[in-house]
Design a protein around this ligand. Sequence first.
Ligand SMILES: Cc1cc2nc3c(=O)[nH]c(=O)nc-3n(C[C@H](O)[C@H](O)[C@H](O)COP(=O)(O)OP(=O)(O)OC[C@H]3O[C@@H](n4cnc5c(N)ncnc54)[C@H](O)[C@@H]3O)c2cc1C
Length: 370
Amino acid sequence: MKASELQNLDIAIVGGGYGGAAAAVALSRIGADVHVYEQATEIREVGAGIGLRPPTLELFRTWGIFDEMAAVSSPSDCMEILTATGELIVREEWPGIHEYAQENKTRLIHRGDFVDTFLKLIPEDRIHLGHRMTSVEDKGDRATVTFANGTEVSADLVIGADGIRSLVRNQLFSDKPPVFSGSQAFRAVISADDAYGMVKDDNFRLYVGDNGAMVYFLPLRHRNQVSFDITALSNDDTWAPEVTGDYISGLLDGFDERLQAIARNLDMAAVTSRGVYDIDPIDQWHSDSVVLVGDAAHSMLHHQGQGANQAIQDAGGLADALVAADSVKDALVRFQAERMPVAHKLQRISRQQPDISGSVETAFPETTSL
Ligand SMILES: Cc1cc2nc3c(=O)[nH]c(=O)nc-3n(C[C@H](O)[C@H](O)[C@H](O)COP(=O)(O)OP(=O)(O)OC[C@H]3O[C@@H](n4cnc5c(N)ncnc54)[C@H](O)[C@@H]3O)c2cc1C
């Protein structure tokens, strides 16, 4: 689309998580008039740590915001998979670090810092907190969104970036519910001072127990913290299970004593507990004027650490498609054709849990699996 057409394009984004915040920046950069509608009433420090992968960082360079992200993240060389007691099974450099004009190490970041940094890059009057979407309607050339507070908004393009339980997906593209994985995740961000000396570098470590429990240990050294995540098998499919500290620490029986001590000492008020879900791949992400991005389109399990990265890649893909296409309608077709095969592959691979019973060839099966 021509620059003048893009400047006249008004876009409403539902959801201000990784996907929504990244889309807001990517689409503002190409000149569109972007508004973000987020149900939360404030930008809070919710969530935990993730690794932003080299291709994602390359996008930030092209968007001219690498330095802003670097200021709130730590560079990481490697991922390690270890046994529960800490014997190294595989250490591997993050794929893609050297594939760009400049080295792009994976960067470890807290979700709160990501959202805060991104949303500060667009004008404050474009961010609408306390807006919980209740319905969306595609009217052909435009789409209309209604919010619980009574506001109604009409835009040339509505982006559903409203996460795994997306209402946009549910109302327009698929009413199939998320799929339970048979596991639960318990996440907390703790001080590195309470991690018994285990935060010694910026490698991301995954400890895998014989009982199916795993510890994701992700240092956030720029904050003197570590993101500590226990994922364990369970038949309880409650969305936000209520568990005790004893239950959580019991999951790490047989693990490195320091990991057990960290689990024992967790402040349960600061632990996020959730049933782990993804969605089955869906084959339509867009209508003429509404499109899904991120978990709304392709929620995947966290075993490959790709969900947020793919949400951000969607933002870049959508911006590129709008620039290349003749119309919004054409852009959405291009966007889906480009992004869907990648996302479907990762949804499939992410359902594989790390198996350490045999030899582990790679920490990154997405680089080898079809
Ligand atoms: C335990 C765990 C570990 C993970 N580790 C990693 C990792 O290392 N690397 C990685 O890349 N990914 C990881 N992920 C996945 C990652 O968190 C998700 O893929 C990512 O959050 C998806 O971003 P999103 O913006 O699509 O959705 P979300 O982050 O869920 O954001 C959706 C936003 O929409 C808002 N919203 C929802 N409904 C409405 C509504 N009706 N109206 C208005 N607003 C609404 C929500 O409040 C929220 O702010 C992990 C996930 C889990 C559970």
